[in-house]
Design a binder for this molecule. Structure first.
Ligand SMILES: [Zn+2]
Length: 282
């Protein structure tokens, strides 16, 4: 009798585990057809992933307010419903950038890299390679500060302008796009960048790989977080620097075929937003 109960319990547990496993690990179907016409305009710019109050991230409402106030300078996502996504990678180049570039090359995907001056000084060849392989380059400051706390001269001379100079030295041109660390930038800094012809590129889908890559099954969690929030003309935030990023690289390798199966195309930020093209390698 007791043995029967034990077998019964074991069977119930096994079934529950199988259901959990299937629920958690079987890949979801690729996104279905859109309900909205591709050229229908979106409403005010939005971040479509939840806020995680960690590492000084800027409140999403501030990003959305600035995207609405400066529609020609600050961008969170693409303006319409074309089935496009832009993968963006921050804080590199790092020791993970080469393997990420290998994965992107394998899938024939172009992405956008927001690089830090200090990192570019360490790995100029990675900056060169990303550019030669058709990826778009953007400025992510020299040292990754909270920009809104800086005085205007320091903001340009020691962070943004300094990094522009490093780009000029390594690839021969200065990018026309930047991303503020933590999404944090003041209105007056946005106006300064606008006068200098620089666009501020935020994001609409935060994969939170900066948080999830420290979890068990981190790559899987990055993948799922992206799948659950996939939307048309998403600007997707990921990181190839600033920590251990092999889980991000692994997630990207799996996400690209999933998005392609759902009819998504991968574009760089200039294409999505209709910005001028960066110079091509000669
Ligand atoms: Zn960053």
């Amino acid at each position: 009798m007791r043995r029967k109960i034990a077998y019964g319990l074991a069977a119930v547990v096994a079934v529950m585990l199988a259901v959990w496993w299937a629920w958690e690990w079987l890949p979801p179907a690729p996104p279905g057809p859109s309900a909205v016409a591709a050229d229908a305009p979106k409403g005010p710019p939005k971040v479509r992933t939840p806020f995680r109050n960690y590492w000084g991230q800027t409140p999403l409402a501030d990003m959305e307010r600035q995207g609405t106030k400066y529609p020609h300078t600050v961008f969170l996502e693409g303006p319409k419903h074309r089935r496009w996504v832009a993968l963006t990678f921050d804080d590199g180049p790092s020791e993970y950038t080469s393997s990420l570039l290998d994965v992107l090359k394998k899938h024939g995907v172009k992405a956008t890299f927001f690089m830090m001056g200090t990192q570019m000084d360490l790995r100029p060849w990675a900056v060169q390679r990303a550019w030669r392989e058709g990826h778009m380059l953007g400025n992510h400051t020299y040292t990754h500060p909270h920009l809104s706390e800086l005085d205007p001269t320091y903001f340009w001379d020691e962070e943004i302008g300094k990094t522009q100079g490093i780009f000029k030295r390594i690839v021969g041109f200065e990018p026309k796009i930047m991303r503020p660390p933590y999404g944090e930038i003041s209105d007056s800094e946005i106006e300064d960048l606008d006068r200098r012809g620089l666009k501020v590129i935020q994001w609409s889908l935060d994969t939170q790989d900066w948080y999830r890559n420290r979890m068990l099954f981190g790559a899987h969690n990055i993948e799922r977080a992206t799948q659950e929030a996939t939307h048309e003309e998403a600007i997707i935030l990921m990181h190839d620097g600033g920590g251990k990023r092999y889980k991000t690289v692994e997630a990207v390798d799996k996400l690209i075929p999933w998005l392609k199966a759902g009819g998504y195309e991968f574009v760089t930020v200039d294409q999505m937003l209709g910005l001028p093209k960066q110079p091509r390698p000669g």
